[in-house]
Design a protein. Structure first.
Length: 269
């Protein structure tokens, strides 16, 4: 780990100090205009026709593939759930724990219990993560938790009551599963292992370049020692998190105040 940046993160884990950038394609080739080929009825027999442009456009280059092993995974939970996580030494799958604040509705829990992962286990038997701190489902939760997937308890909370546990994806090993959308969706596509995950991310890059829809499944439990950073919305929550870590002792990740993660992104008009 490098030194801590001004936002409280290890420099390499900060999206502002060390943003993930893609290399722009060098000398992009413009797509040629389609040219209609015609033959003049008045052309002189034997006269060579003028060369025509090809009707076949060049195949566009694929986006630069991300290195999956260099990404960070994000698990959002209510701050009141942290004590049980630290006390048990792990983030547990939803079918193995009853959180103090349960943001999932009974409908959502049932759907994930019935759906299966590639290894045949229920989706509910894995710990869910996102690959973006602005993931679609987190955005729904922090903007009011409307919809049938969220519980009444979720609708009574505010975004500033949550924390974000950040884990390098390299900590999940070869059994990591990535889904191109909600893992319980009927038409979901899965990738198992870092290499397959890299390929899946590259395929979805055209429709989801910011990885807002992707879901990562780990577990059935993730050691708390794998958490590198705990992102919090303000100093009050930071003090609460620090107190929980101190009470339990042991592994103590960096606790970083980073308000942008807890405020919905601005939508360009």
């Amino acid at each position: 780990m490098t030194d801590e940046c001004i936002h409280g993160f290890p420099t390499e884990l900060c999206d502002i100090c060390a943003p993930r950038q893609r290399e722009a394609a060098e000398n992009p080739t413009p797509t040629p205009r389609r040219t209609r080929i015609t033959t003049s009825l008045r052309s002189v027999p034997g006269q060579a026709a003028a060369p025509a442009s090809s009707l076949r456009s060049p195949v566009p280059d694929l986006p630069e593939a991300r290195d999956f092993a260099s990404l960070r995974a994000h698990h959002v939970t209510h701050v009141d759930n942290l004590d049980d996580i630290v006390g048990s030494g792990a983030i547990l799958a939803s079918d193995a724990v009853t959180p103090v604040v349960d943001v999932s509705s009974a409908t959502a829990r049932a759907a994930r219990a019935e759906a299966t992962a590639p290894d045949g286990s229920p989706i509910a038997g894995h710990v869910p993560f996102t690959l973006s701190p602005d993931a679609t489902r987190w955005d729904e939760l922090r903007t009011g938790a409307e919809g049938e997937r969220w519980s009444d308890a979720a609708r009574r909370t505010r975004a500033t009551e949550y924390i974000m546990l950040v884990v390098p994806v390299s900590a999940f090993g070869s059994s990591v599963i990535v889904a191109d959308q909600d893992a319980e969706a009927e038409d979901v596509r899965f990738a198992v292992g870092p290499e397959a995950a890299t390929n899946l991310i590259r395929r979805t890059d055209f429709t989801d370049p910011e990885m807002h829809e992707l879901e990562l499944l780990a577990g059935p439990s993730v050691p708390f020692s794998a958490v590198a950073v705990i992102g919090v919305p303000n100093d009050r929550v930071r003090q609460t998190v620090k107190a929980v870590l101190q009470d339990h002792g042991g592994h103590a990740p960096r606790v970083a105040v980073f308000p942008p993660w807890f405020v919905p992104p601005l939508v360009a008009e």
